[in-house]
Design a protein around this ligand. Structure first.
Ligand SMILES: NC(=O)c1ccc[n+]([C@@H]2O[C@H](COP(=O)([O-])OP(=O)(O)OC[C@H]3O[C@@H](n4cnc5c(N)ncnc54)[C@H](O)[C@@H]3O)[C@@H](O)[C@H]2O)c1
Length: 336
């Protein structure tokens, strides 16, 4: 009997390029690829970085502090793979990019495609679950589901539609260039250590409010549902897509933990419990805080069957464990 072993799943990338590698997700990617003893180059323009260059004290990591659009794609010929994460992000973080973000997302994605195609290395594109748009009723979202745009055009739409257009452009490049290899990742509600409250991310905001005994401000009645997914579970999913065998390339992958579905109010209560804070939970209108450009996120629950069944992805942390990690992280910073 002849046994066929598919060796491509053991593919090793020695030189890894990570755009946005000083960001929250990007930095966790750096940590994951360091486990493989890769040489890593990070490009980051420090526009919304979660960590500083000083955090990357490893010999195998070098950092270019610049906008990727200032850099010549030909200078990246030595890399084996590019992970493209650099982007405006966050429900509040995107507001200052109103009217210019569409062009930024497309230009930066085109830069990543050019790096990939010109230098013949696979592109891992970090998209977003926001591309699914709105549902009237709670739905577990599959990769092939319709993308629904309804209502007024919001800044949130500028973000989500540009990320979707970036996906379409990537896919269509593969139709004209058979050598172009990509994976598109749609993370759902990522949270964990190093995430900052600045971009409007709910868990670090609640934890900081609780540690300062301030009111925990829940938008509207707090019944909105989210599938909070531990950042290292997301990164492991991204990593698995890079190790996939040939038939699982040029694919789109949801990564999100549907078992972690919780309401925002539940999250606030957990934060108070873990921090033993005297904070009160109060309901607020986010538009009064952030202005007319702000739009609350639609409910987004993933169907992650595809990555679970084809790449054996299995998330490790429950929502409560992730809340505890973020509490411990900010308590550690506060007590320094
Ligand atoms: N955080 C989430 O919940 C989430 C969910 C889904 C998708 N994503 C996607 O994941 C990616 C990373 O998000 P994050 O939460 O880590 O955000 P982040 O803001 O922490 O990281 C993005 C990094 O990219 C850098 N950057 C932005 N534009 C740049 C440019 N032109 N050149 C060089 N560097 C640039 C920023 O300084 C920052 O360090 C984004 O593409 C985002 O759309 C995030």
């Amino acid at each position: 009997m002849i046994m066929i072993v598919n060796l491509s799943c053991y593919m090793k990338y020695n030189k890894v390029l990570i755009t946005g590698g000083l960001g929250f997700l990007g930095y966790h990617c750096v940590e994951r690829w360091l486990e493989d003893d890769c040489e890593i180059t990070v490009v980051d323009n420090l526009s919304s970085n979660a960590v500083n260059k000083d955090n990357l004290i490893y010999d195998q990591v070098s950092v270019i502090e610049d906008n990727i659009l200032n850099l010549d794609v030909k200078d990246f010929s030595k890399f084996d793979i590019i992970l493209h994460l650099a982007s405006p992000v966050g429900p509040v973080g995107v507001l200052k990019h109103s009217g210019t973000m569409g062009k930024t997302i497309i230009d930066t994605t085109q830069w990543a495609i050019d790096v990939s195609r010109k230098n013949k290395m696979p592109l891992i594109y970090i998209s977003t679950s926001e591309i699914y748009g709105y549902r009237e009723q709670k739905t577990k979202l599959k990769e092939t589901d319709d993308k629904i745009l309804h209502g007024d055009f919001t800044v949130r739409n500028e973000y989500s539609i540009s990320k979707l257009l970036a996906e379409i452009i990537i896919k269509n490049n593969s139709k004209i260039d058979k050598d172009f290899k990509f994976q598109i990742i749609r993370p759902f509600n990522v949270t964990g250590k190093y995430q900052l409250p600045d971009g409007g991310f709910v868990l670090p905001r609640f934890v900081n409010q609780a540690l300062n005994d301030e009111d925990i401000t829940v938008y509207y009645d707090g019944s909105q549902l989210r599938a909070f997914t531990w950042v290292k579970d997301i990164v492991e999913g991204i990593y698995l897509t890079t190790k996939a065998s040939e038939e699982y390339w040029n694919e789109i992958w949801n990564i999100g933990n549907e078992n972690n579905e919780k309401s925002i109010k539940y999250l606030a209560e957990k934060v108070i419990g873990y921090t033993k804070s005297n904070s009160k939970i109060v309901s607020v209108d986010p538009v009064e805080i952030h202005g007319e450009l702000f739009a609350e996120a639609p409910e987004k629950i993933p169907d992650s069957t595809k990555i679970r069944s084809f790449l054996n992805w299995e998330p490790k942390k429950s929502a409560d464990e992730v809340v505890l990690e973020v509490v411990n992280y900010f308590e550690g910073i506060t007590n320094k």
